[in-house]
Design a protein around this ligand. Sequence first.
Ligand SMILES: [Zn+2]
Length: 138
Amino acid sequence: MLTRIALILIVIQCACAPAAYVDSAVTLYVQRWNRLYPNDQADYVEIIFGALERPNVGWCGPSGVTLDRSFWEKSSDLGREALVFHELGHCVLGLGHDIKDIVVNGQMIHRSLMYPSTFGETWMYVANRDYYLNQLRR
Ligand SMILES: [Zn+2]
């Protein structure tokens, strides 16, 4: 009986694990991710700002995501979204980089948001945002 209670407590504890720390500037993008990908919630991923070696502006490591603040400050809403979603693609979905390009509506674009350099500020992401968000879906 005691073992059964202990197992139940462990299960409850795992299901109710507190959300990880997310810098308040990034919360909006995590909420956006959680709405878009309800089966792949990102609440458990810590997201902080820190020093990254150029050209890196985002990093998914063992403790979570680190973002470069100077890049963040200069980025638009969609630039920030593309950066956060790329890193969550690594940290939540376990995706690697994808360097392939494809033709969509007669234009050559990167096949995935998991392209190694961020392009959220470009027409490619702005004009094809729905494609990229759906492409990340599993
Ligand atoms: Zn990456």
